[in-house]
Ligand binder design. Structure first.
Ligand code: PMV
Length: 367
């Protein structure tokens, strides 16, 4: 993936690029990694439709030999914490995009969901940012890293690789629908370095209308970050077992997706969510990201499933919020269930009504 094309564009003076990328929710969880951001086990997620981050990059050629992030705003406000993370990330990308070493950037980002919604925005943000840099490379040079014309396929592979370096799960947000990251024996072309879309032929149409109601239990800052959690998997007593479990669950869910088996799908998804949190609790030191209302919600969801016979299940990210997964055909009944039985357990009754989406889009307006 490295670039030798160091002479990209003396003549590029300035430009504007904008991409919008979705957050994603994992069904098979990535937890634990090797340097540099390579997953300990394969994961599978789907991207969301409404929970998106838009990044706009204004670039100018710097006559001095310097890279500079001149400004960074989040929803219209300067944000120094993110600015310094993004600046560090960009510096790390210079070997892949040498033109960055003489470029000044001004970046504005907008998130469709409140930063405090408890959804990991980093996957959406790093995906959008990586796509912007890859588009910039095309715009300033019209070539890819190998000096060949960039095909669409290469473009997204490179974006996925670069997004991964910012935040592991971000590599899955450069594609639409169901996305796999990590080498899976049954999926030729799958890789630890980049994500790949799950071939539509492998996903039964019953899963095409998957929806996600994100129930906000708590929107506070996490006590233990994902990076710290991944690091604790290094010497985790259940590490080897977890790798085996994730590999087996990947196999089971792939089969369920192909066969349209929503029962096995729900079983695997919930097992993965609870295993993720069990791994956190059994880390050293152990930590708990669920809250009492997370458990009450799980209880109500399982009871409702039993009573109603509807197809629904839950998953959890590295946080206390519940992602309630269900299908469009049941939207009315599930909507009523959410309003009547679940919102009292959500912080200020908040939830986000989302669904599986088609992936990132380049925003061309305002050029
Ligand atoms: O990409 P990171 O480093 O924020 O890790 C994400 C980990 C989980 O969200 C818990 C699982 C996943 O696969 O997205």
């Amino acid at each position: 993936m490295g670039s030798t094309n160091s002479n990209l564009v003396e003549e590029h003076k300035s430009g504007h690029i904008s991409w919008q990328s979705p957050a994603n929710i994992a069904l098979i969880k990535y937890w634990g990694k090797y340097p540099v951001q390579l997953p300990m086990n394969p994961s599978l997620s789907f991207v969301l439709n409404n929970s998106v981050v838009k990044i706009s990059v204004d670039y100018t050629h710097s006559t001095g030999n310097e890279f500079r992030l001149a400004s960074f705003t989040l929803n219209g406000q300067p944000n120094h914490v993110f600015a310094s993370r993004i600046s560090g990330y960009m510096q790390a990308l210079i070997p892949f995009f040498p033109f960055l070493s003489h470029t000044i950037l001004n970046i504005n980002s907008h998130s469709s969901f409140p930063h405090s919604a408890g959804i990991a925005s980093s996957a959406a943000a790093f995906s959008a940012l990586a796509l912007c840099i890859c588009s910039m490379e095309q715009e300033v040079g019209g070539k890819d890293a190998g000096g060949k014309t960039t095909t669409e396929d290469n473009f997204f592979r490179k974006a996925s690789y670069m997004a991964r370096l910012g935040s592991g799960s971000a590599c899955r947000s450069v594609y639409g629908g169901m996305v796999v990251w990590g080498k899976v024996r049954e999926l030729p072309g799958s890789s630890d370095e980049v994500a790949t879309t799950l071939d539509k032929g492998k996903v039964n149409p019953v899963f095409s209308t998957l929806r996600d109601a994100i129930l906000i239990v708590d929107d506070g800052r996490k006590e233990v970050s994902s990076s710290a959690g991944h690091a604790m998997m290094q010497h985790h007593p259940y590490r080897a077992t977890r790798i085996k479990q994730a590999t087996a669950n990947m196999r089971r869910i792939l089969q369920a997706l192909t066969e349209g088996n929503t029962e096995v799908f729900a079983e695997v998804v919930e097992e993965e969510a609870l295993s993720l949190h069990s791994l956190m609790m059994s880390s050293s030191p152990g930590f708990i990201l669920m809250r009492p209302n997370t458990l009450y919600l799980i209880d109500r969801i399982r009871n409702f499933r039993e009573q109603s016979g509807l197809e629904l299940c839950f998953t959890l990210d590295a946080g206390p919020n519940i992602h309630l997964l269900y299908f469009e055909k049941d939207q009315q009944q599930i909507g009523a269930f959410i309003r009547e039985s679940l919102l009292t357990l959500c912080k200020q009754g908040r939830w986000i009504d989302d669904a599986m989406g088609d992936g990132p889009v380049r925003i061309l307006e305002g050029r």
